[in-house]
Design a protein around this ligand. Structure first.
Ligand code: HEC
Ligand code: HEC
Length: 394
């Protein structure tokens, strides 16, 4: 761990003006924290409260229709949308188990491993950017990497279009929906993204409570909600209908030891970030996942990750970007101890002093965010047809 942040000083030097600004802000924040015995939450008033999710909105060039959802659903489960035909989106985001593979760190496409936890796909429609580091700007863009990238589908675009063209039912469905003679890659992305816009949490007891049904959650969950909103300060980042502010913070989540032990994870990790244009001195020496830094290349973003939604959290473990916590109890223990170690750690991640009973109440509140589990089953996939010359088509 010695050289953990060896690159930090060099990078920071170049950005001394910014560093000065951050320093001043830190002094200011310290002054505020020192001046009164504030709880982490009490310092801010403009935090959007927890609330039921609004209807999903879709991009103007990709409206949600039932036919597009159905095509996207078929594509989501179709292993022919990977280079060697062995895996579909459902392999790493299984519809039956919370839409995220339940190992701490996801596997990768053949010959690779991932190095991060595969998040749930529930409620992805509500984030402004995708992935733990916000590296992708839309679901469509994210999915292009998922099918095409070397770490997941490893599927060549032209090969994908040809495979789809040989499946008569797909040809027909694409033609009806998008008007092209043969299926196109970008339209496949539109369809599979549309399917994901339907994956929305349903009927959380907490929503019923927030809408006035006093009996919807237990007394423990009610006490937990108070803690969440005040003493424990969770609302600072996990707020609004999504229970996420869609921003990036360092908590000092410990690196999953599996990451360093596995040559395949090391290869994939360093390859991915080399491919993303991270300076060689950084990607060769980094000993842990730098998160948001890989997108911004700013030293102050090392170790930051996107605040995840806590909706349906009971179904989506293991937790954190590297799946290092198996249970919600471990997560609450981590926060109660003031998080972990990181130079960019958010100043609100401090020891909380929650008693055993208060921690149990907080857990009851988290459970009240879990509604009817949204699942799906693998549909019957349309088979390849016999080759037909275009001029023979009826
Ligand atoms: C080999 C495993 C694997 C496959 C196959 C795969 N994914 Fe993922 N997916 C992951 C991992 C791991 C992440 C987390 C990546 C990150 O944050 O950097 C992820 C992240 C995502 C996200 C971002 C979620 C969020 O909250 O920001 C979406 C959306 C997604 N995947 C959709 C898909 C779709 C759709 C497919 C099929 C086209 C697919 N994935 C195929 C492993 C996989
Ligand atoms: C400063 C912002 C911030 C505060 C305050 C905060 N969180 Fe988080 N939370 C995050 C971020 C960022 C992550 C992801 C960190 C990572 O993966 O490294 C996270 C992850 C989680 C996860 C794991 C979710 C998943 O899908 O893996 C849970 C559960 C959680 N937080 C609960 C809480 C609770 C309970 C509190 C209050 C005690 C709290 N958080 C306070 C920002 C915050």
């Amino acid at each position: 761990m010695e050289n953990r942040f060896t690159t930090l000083p060099k990078l920071a030097q170049r950005r001394w003006v910014l560093a000065l600004g951050v320093g001043l802000a830190a002094v200011l924040a310290l002054a505020i924290f020192a001046s009164a015995p504030v709880t982490p939450a009490a310092a801010q008033d403009d935090i959007p409260p927890l609330a039921p999710l609004p209807p999903v909105s879709a991009p103007s060039d990709n409206s949600v229709t039932p036919e597009k959802v159905e095509l996207g659903r078929l594509l989501f489960f179709d292993p022919r949308m990977s280079g060697d035909g062995s895996m579909s989106c459902n392999s790493c985001h299984p519809a039956a188990t919370g839409w995220g593979v339940q190992t701490a760190i996801s596997f990768g496409g053949p010959g690779t491993s991932h190095w991060r936890n595969a998040q749930t796909l529930l409620n992805v429609a509500y984030y402004s950017k995708l992935n733990w580091d916000g590296g992708k700007k839309s679901i469509e863009q994210q999915n292009g990497g998922a099918w095409g990238g070397a770490v997941a589908g490893n599927l060549d675009k032209a090969l994908a279009e040809e495979r789809l063209a040989q499946i008569p039912e797909y040809v027909e469905r694409f033609r009806d929906l998008f008007g092209s003679q043969y299926p196109l890659w970008d339209d496949a992305l539109r369809a599979v993204a549309t399917y994901q816009r339907t994956l929305v949490s349903q009927n959380a007891p907490l929503d019923a409570y927030l809408e006035g049904d006093e009996s919807a959650i237990s007394d423990a969950a009610k006490r937990g909600l108070e803690l969440f909103n005040d003493k424990a300060g969770c609302i600072n980042c996990h707020n609004g209908p999504l229970v996420s502010d869609d921003r990036y913070y360092a908590l000092g989540v410990p690196q999953n030891p599996d990451f360093l032990d596995s040559p395949l994870k090391q290869i994939t990790f360093r390859y991915e970030f080399a491919a993303k244009g991270v300076p060689e001195e950084v990607y060769r020496t980094a000993s842990e996942d730098y998160g948001f830094y890989f997108v911004t290349k700013q030293a102050e973003d090392i170790g930051k990750f996107r605040t995840p939604s806590l909706r349906d959290i009971c179904y989506t473990g293991p937790y954190m970007h590297d799946g290092v916590f198996q249970t919600l109890e471990e997560v609450v223990t981590f926060y109660n101890a003031g998080g972990g170690d990181n130079p960019n750690k958010d100043p609100r991640i401090v020891p909380l002093g929650l008693s055993e009973e208060e921690q149990a109440d907080l857990l009851a509140m988290l459970e009240s965010l879990c509604g009817d589990q949204v699942t799906d089953e693998s549909p019957e996939l349309p088979p390849y047809g016999e080759f037909v010359f275009p001029d023979e088509e009826k």
